[in-house]
Design a protein around this ligand. Structure first.
Ligand code: ZN
Ligand code: ZN
Length: 468
């Protein structure tokens, strides 16, 4: 039987949009302040999960709710389990929307709402692909588990709970990224350099404080330092000329504690530090040439000499490139210094296969100086994940993508983390098209309706090929 996947998918457009609107109207941001026993991540994620599972019940699928933090819609039978991994939680709407983020609207063929492209739109596309397979009674000889998480944007509480109590699929994909495919994800770890106390000594300048960064996975946009002491003409010159010379903004303000210097760069996701302008390393570079107290001098010099303008970690000596997975990236993202308190730098590193978190930790400690600082890994490191390009999973997904879009497929490795990494033979597949701008996590997030329907067609053929 030859199936016109696109034509079959289009038949579902009205039903799909109605269901998707229902999901998008639920504000499913993580909200643990309002958690209850029935909604451990807050009411929104649990409500969105229940709404998704209710669609499965309505359409005659078997469903499972795991403690209101994860769930499953299943179809078919067989020895192997084929998995699909989506999520119903969203990142906070944030400012800057021209429409209500939780009142979806379609303008010029684009569906605007928080979660439209990440990940309710792609998830509903995967769900309708399953429905299409069921309605057409296509042959299936595996168990298909569509697994739904509710904490993908934060701690992965839902999916981790699911994997504790339910079997992991043998292979599968997550509709939570982009086409053609993401078959590799770098390892992710944050290394915290914690400086040891050092004997004080009089100096012309004292670094009172240094602060930058709001999250370990973001390049800091702003950095501030408070300095005390005699401002030489050289320093005054530097404060005036550094900004224009480096394309950053430098502002100063007299405060009771000293001169407060604020430097503004450009924030970015830490998976590609080059996309940002790290305010902290620029500010340290501005100040380090001047004579500070020993602790302040050591702190500023470490940043300026080992972390500035070096997204690949060459100065720290942790640079590493894998032929397939690409470069290690390093980004100093959370920095805090006070004379009597913590003096630390958290460096977010994304690393390919061939190196590991312990080796990176050791090398950072060597570079900074073991006498001066300890380097610790708070939390756990995520190891690199790669499914070979000649794996039948990757080959099949790529072939379906190429056939349906007419575009040439290619392997992609990213520095981010998706549910694709939770099983050994897991990848991310769609639903963002290559020519489409990435608006995930942004204000005015949208997904073209035509791309959602196209994803249904691609997913249906892919699932049917992989599960037959
Ligand atoms: Zn997502
Ligand atoms: Zn996301």
């Amino acid at each position: 039987m030859t199936i016109n996947w696109q034509a079959e998918a289009e038949k579902y457009q009205d039903d799909l949009l109605k269901d998707l609107f229902g999901l998008l109207k639920i504000n499913s941001e993580r909200d643990v302040e309002h958690k209850t026993a029935d909604a451990p991540l807050g009411p929104g994620p649990a409500d969105a999960l229940k709404a998704m599972l209710a669609l499965g019940d309505r359409d005659g699928f078997k469903t499972l709710n795991v403690d209101n933090v994860a769930g499953r819609i299943e179809y078919g039978d067989g020895d192997e389990i084929f998995g699909l991994f989506g999520h119903m939680d969203v990142v906070p709407a944030g400012p800057g929307w021209t429409t209500d983020p939780y009142d979806p609207v379609i303008k010029d063929g684009k569906l605007y709402a928080r979660g439209s492209s990440d990940d309710k739109g792609p998830s509903i596309a995967a769900y309708y692909a399953l429905r299409l397979i069921k309605d057409l009674k296509l042959p299936v000889n595996k168990k298909i588990h569509f697994i739904i998480g509710t904490d993908e944007e934060s701690e992965w509480v839902g999916i981790n709970r699911y994997l504790e109590v339910e079997p992991a699929p043998d292979f599968g994909f997550s509709p939570d990224a982009e086409f053609p495919i993401i078959n590799g994800e770098k390892g992710i770890a944050t290394f915290k350099v914690v400086f040891k106390p050092i004997a004080a000594k009089p100096a012309s300048l004292t670094l009172r404080s240094f602060d930058a960064g709001i999250r370990v996975n973001m390049v800091p946009q702003d950095a501030t330092a408070v300095i005390e002491g005699t401002l030489t003409a050289d320093l005054k010159d530097a404060l005036a000329s550094f900004g224009p010379a480096n394309g950053v903004q430098v502002e100063t303000e007299d405060t009771p504690n000293g001169l407060k210097i604020t430097l503004t760069g450009k924030g970015a996701h830490a998976q590609e530090p080059k996309a940002g302008v790290n305010a902290a390393t620029y500010l340290a570079t501005l100040l380090a040439p001047f004579e500070f107290d020993p602790a302040g001098q050591r702190y500023l010099s470490a940043i300026a000499n080992l972390m500035h303008d070096d997204s690949r970690g060459h100065k720290l000596g942790i640079n590493y490139t894998d032929k397939v997975m690409g470069d290690l990236t390093a980004s100093a993202d959370m920095l805090t210094f006070s004379q009597d308190g913590e003096q630390s730098i958290a460096i977010n590193v994304r690393y390919p296969q061939g190196t590991d978190a312990d080796a990176i930790r050791d090398q950072i400690e060597t570079a900074v100086g073991a006498d001066d600082a300890d380097v610790v890994i708070p939390g756990h490191a995520q190891t690199p994940h790669y499914v070979a390009g000649d794996d039948p999973l990757v080959k099949t997904l790529m072939a379906v993508y190429e056939k349906q879009t007419g575009n040439k497929g290619h392997e992609q490795v990213i520095g981010g983390g998706t549910y694709g990494r939770i099983i050994e033979r897991g990848v991310a597949f769609g639903a963002q098209m290559p020519d489409q701008e990435n608006v995930m996590h942004q204000a005015n997030e949208y997904m073209p309706v035509a791309d959602i329907i196209k994803a249904v067609a691609i997913y249906a053929e892919a699932i049917s090929e992989l599960a037959k």
